[in-house]
Design a protein around this ligand. Sequence first.
Ligand SMILES: *Cc1c(COP(=O)(O)O)cnc(C)c1O
Length: 393
Amino acid sequence: MEVRAVHKPIYLDHHSTTPVDPRVLEAMLPFFGSKFGNAASRTHSFGWEAEKAVELARRRVAELAGAAPREIVFTSGATESDNLAIKGVMEAGRGKGNHVVTMATEHLAVLDAVRHLEKQGCRATILPTYKDGLLDPASLREAIRPDTLLVSVMHANNEIGVVQPVREIGAICRERGVYFHCDAAQGFGKMPIDVEADHIDLMSLSAHKMYGPKGIGALYVRRRGPRVALAAQMDGGGHESGFRSGTLNVPAIVGFGVACAIARREMAEEAARTGALRDRLLAQLEAALDDVAVNGSRTRRLPGNLNVSFPGVEGDSLLLSLPEIALSTGSACSSASVEPSHVLKALGVGPWRERSAVRFGLGRFTTGEEIDYAAARVVEAVRKLRALATGAG
Ligand SMILES: *Cc1c(COP(=O)(O)O)cnc(C)c1O
């Protein structure tokens, strides 16, 4: 295969973070300079200017979510939003209920928040998924009890890209009168999500997963039909309707807003483009190699995600032999440990597929040349490692 020269290293790890879009950066810069005001300062133009910029950003985030601006609470990111949603609902609902339902393939920010609550006496049901990573809505229906307050099920998974039937899950929660929290850090800005149509009551967002800056995100908190009872987890000056005290990170919020405005305009076209590149990558791998196993549903997944196992090849060894391609074997959030991914474990694909899994995360600036180059290098490396393993090399 002839491959045109590409700029290296090639970044194919967009689930761990995305580059800041140049249009986002440009909008942020003045807020590091002359527009440095505190958005909570009510007595002068520096404060008013900052507040105006924050409120524009809030509208932009709300528009992309189908929410009202006052339902958007800015946080430091999806980890904080997950913690605020889960701990905040369970704390505020003490006396009404004590049970939370979630899923085994959730992000650790959700699973560890739930574990923390269990140590304090809350009850939790952690639902398994089908082998393709999808949740069975019937199992959720059965898990909801009279003392259930909250269901937390993510939109798109950060490792295998599987997109849950969020609308169906939301409808079940609404019917049973429990709150529905959705960690949408991966899917927001890449696929349509609407808190009304999808019956979402709380939703975690992160700017750096959608071409905005790191350290900023939001929690959507429904204000009516039903109004969510939420206990703040940070005490202080009462910013963000009292849900999250602390001086607002104005430059980052401005960037998050612009990232949402861009996503709103370009999402459909971008999803088609990255989806086609992902399919081309998989087609090239499958054409050249035996035994390529896709982890997670082949159809219900994020357009830029491909998680595949090459049985017989350790994922770590494969990555080491591909220094010019930025890839991941699982989630960067747990990369400090050498444990296999809890997501792949939950799928029950078996130890070899767990150990040989590689995650490709394509994004806004990924090109066809990069994909062709990466596919060729991966094929070469897998062949070599398999040959070594069988003693033929
Ligand atoms: C990245 C991610 C998070 C954590 O978001 P931060 O903003 O980095 O704290 C939570 N959930 C999912 C699904 C993610 O992909």
